[in-house]
Design a protein around this ligand. Structure first.
Ligand SMILES: *Cc1c(COP(=O)(O)O)cnc(C)c1O
Length: 386
């Protein structure tokens, strides 16, 4: 099976992890701060905090932005459930904004409409999670403008987008948001097995996220309620979690970071090659906004079903049967049973639901060969019968 995504592990990665195994620190050593510095420097952010997943990063980002009971968190329905669940973890309520039919990202037009109604009803969101689907950044300038007018905070869920750029700046530079989150799950652009990072330019948010990722415990005298009792002393000043990244993971991340630009460039090569090879088929190929340099995490095609004799599901199953590991990103979150219980219905977000009926992610990953890609194209063309 040619998977839709897969990690690439080099000998240098293996050596880096092995070295940590033989060192003094398996966790809370020197590698994690180094990995954080590398990421912060790469994306031009002031602070970077490594955690054990992007989901944890989303959770602590919501906490430090003050999301709590009675608040609303808004996001797109076309995302992984974690982008919405982080609001529920904090006791907030979640609502969704329909997608743009061209980029499949949250639509700023739909957002503005929803904000007008929410203002009238006194239900404005506290936080918006802007998800850069497939690695293509959202229209952050428009979203940021609306945040100024309606007073909400912005988290960028850049789980797909490390190494990508928006208006010439690396995603994570924080010009249009409060906090940006990256994922290092093995299917993502670089990996630490499990792992995530939250980046911000705000000193207070960084300090608080640092507390929340490690039990709410501090050893900084300036944060304590009184002078330390002695050199052993720490204080728990918040209810935090154990969301720390291990030294093994950080060492792998540091090693992978050396190949980040190369990986994104390779993903662009493969995507451009798909664009060429899949022309003039009953498909919609991924449209790229001229303001963006995507991370190219996913290559999503949409089937033009009224020009095809097979159904979406038949085409999907036929591809899988021939060893092509297609996938679907994503099932609209509001149609998940857990969200249906909250009153969301089919039909609530028509663009998202139409996308779900037509979309398919073709394999794309840095180690993919042109022969593998040719096989995907050949099998797909055969199944589409064109
Ligand atoms: C993968 C992913 C996450 C969760 O990342 P983890 O590191 O697995 O917790 C969140 N949001 C999006 C959009 C993702 O693709």
């Amino acid at each position: 099976m040619i998977p839709y995504g897969r990690q690439e592990i080099s000998q240098a990665d293996i050596d880096a992890v092995t070295e940590v195994l033989q060192s003094d620190f398996l966790t809370q050593g020197p590698k994690t701060p180094l990995f954080e510095q590398l990421i912060a420097h790469k994306v031009s952010a002031k602070h970077a905090l490594a955690v054990n997943s992007a989901t944890s990063a989303l959770h602590i980002a919501c906490l430090v932005l003050g999301v709590g009971k009675g608040d609303w968190l808004w996001t797109t329905p076309i995302t992984f459930v974690a982008s919405a669940n982080c609001g529920l973890y904090c006791g907030a309520k979640v609502d969704f904004v329909d997608i743009d039919p061209r980029t499949y990202n949250l639509s700023p037009t739909a957002l503005e409409q929803k904000l007008i109604t929410a203002e009238r009803d006194g239900k404005l969101p506290k936080v918006l999670v802007a998800v850069h689907l497939c690695g293509q950044p959202c229209d952050m300038e428009a979203i940021h403008k609306l945040s100024q007018r309606y007073g909400f905070k912005i988290i960028e869920d850049a789980s797909h987008a490390i190494g990508g750029q928006y208006k010439g700046q690396y995603i994570g530079s924080g010009h249009y948001s409060d906090i940006t989150v990256f994922s290092f799950h093995p299917v993502k652009i670089i990996t630490t097995a499990e792992g995530g990072m939250a980046v911000t330019n705000n000193d207070q948010l960084a300090e608080k996220m640092n507390l929340y990722r490690s039990h709410g415990i501090t050893r900084e005298p300036h944060l304590m309620t009184h002078e330390p009792d002695g050199p052993w002393y720490y204080q728990q000043i918040e209810l935090g979690y154990n969301y720390r990244m291990t030294e093994l993971q950080s060492a792998l991340g540091i090693s992978q970071m050396e190949r980040l630009d190369q990986y994104v460039a390779r993903r662009h090569e493969l995507a451009n090659r798909y664009d060429q090879l899949l022309q003039n088929l009953p498909l919609t190929l991924p449209w790229q906004h001229p303001d963006s340099y995507s991370g190219r995490h996913l290559y999503v095609i949409r089937l033009t079903l009224d020009r095809l004799k097979k159904t979406h599901r038949e085409i999907f199953e036929a591809l899988r049967a021939e060893g092509i590991g297609v996938n679907l990103h994503y099932i609209p979150v509001h149609t998940q049973p857990h969200y249906q219980q909250m009153g969301f219905k089919r039909g609530d977000y028509p663009e998202a639901e139409r996308y779900y009926q037509e979309a398919m992610s073709l394999p794309v990953f840095s180690a993919m060969t042109e022969q593998q890609q040719d096989k995907v194209v050949h099998v797909l063309k055969g199944i589409l019968q064109v």
